[in-house]
Design a protein around this ligand. Sequence first.
Ligand code: HEM
Length: 396
Amino acid sequence: MAETLFEELKRYVGFSSADEQALVTLHATAKPHFARFARVFYDRILEHEGARQALEGGESQVGHLRGTLQVWMDQLLRGPWDEAYYALRCRIGRMHVRIALPQHYMFGAMNILRQEFNSHIDATYLEEPAALRAARSAVGKILDLELAIMLHTYREDLLAQQARSERLSTFGQLVGSIGHELRNPLGVIETSLYILRGRPGAMDERTTKHLDRIGDQVGIANRIVSDLLDMIRDRPLHRQEVWLDEVWQEALKAVQRPDAVVVSAEGLTSLPAVQGDAGQLRQVFVNLLDNAVQALEETGGTVSLSAATREPEMVELVLEDSGPGVSDVIRRRLFEPLMTTKARGIGLGLALVKRIVERHGGSIAYVPRPGAGARFVIRLSLVASEETHAPVPPVG
Ligand code: HEM
């Protein structure tokens, strides 16, 4: 059978059964110190400002992680170092990738553990130089393996990103021509629909229903084509004084929704005007509303927008819905093109929203709601500024 990646890594660092034996022996004396090692580990991480930011859950998260690090150390020294071990370590590595923890933090962090284990080994095997050498060597190898697995998960992520961007560049070239070609047949369908609806004489109920259905679907197809073309074109901004309440009202008219979806807004009428492109800002509201309505289509629920001015010269819009929200896994990729979990649509809506907001000098972030539901926080500058990103602070 072909060698697995883990077997190859073990062979590369020379991890042998003698090392396994040395780790198991070390386990017995090191285990009582795991809690202290874990404390030192996170104390050192918390000293570093950048690394501290990754631990946004504060003391309760650190407390939990101290516990899981002890389990990690237990497995590290006890084994078995088999494919299940490797799979588990990959899963942990992907957790760090998912929270976008910079890869270079891993070296320093692993070194803290190396030092703690080595100090313990030096103190324990003071009188046994052969056992000391064996334990130090085994710990060195297993921690190298751990680091290799962690770096491997970062590489996996990078390769996936590359594949996505290659997909996008091919896609960009195709989209321009296909988009334009589709406009014509869609236009013909719309015109024919208009003519049929305008014919004299009453139409029976089924015919009306089906004509309406054709109209709806043509609308959806047109929207997809527009999103695709907007995504590759970057239409220039036609800046003017924009009243967001008017833009919101326009967007509400454009998004069809069942009665069971109740939409409300507060604070919009008292906002000052922003300098922006009314058409593109309308698109922001339409796409976000569309997503929220789709999330609630089957169950019904509420969509609410609240708006307020924030210092300095910012408008903050918070759009929430009572749907299922977005899972942790999707969240990181939420604003990437072609990212979709829906049967309808191709995953350009939020990518376009982000692009438009950032071109207005603003920012958008997904901030989970306590309980369930999605929440987007948009910040727009009141003055005209290009492509600067106003940070969205954590909410709730
Ligand atoms: C190189 C040594 C490291 C090891 C052995 C390690 C170990 C672990 C383990 C075992 C978990 C899984 C916890 C669980 O099952 O819930 C985890 C998750 C996590 N680690 Fe690390 N870690 C390391 C480095 C770091 C560093 C340097 C940071 C921060 C600066 C960090 C932050 C986190 C966070 C925030 C999570 C939770 C991720 C989530 O819940 O999505 N880790 N780590």
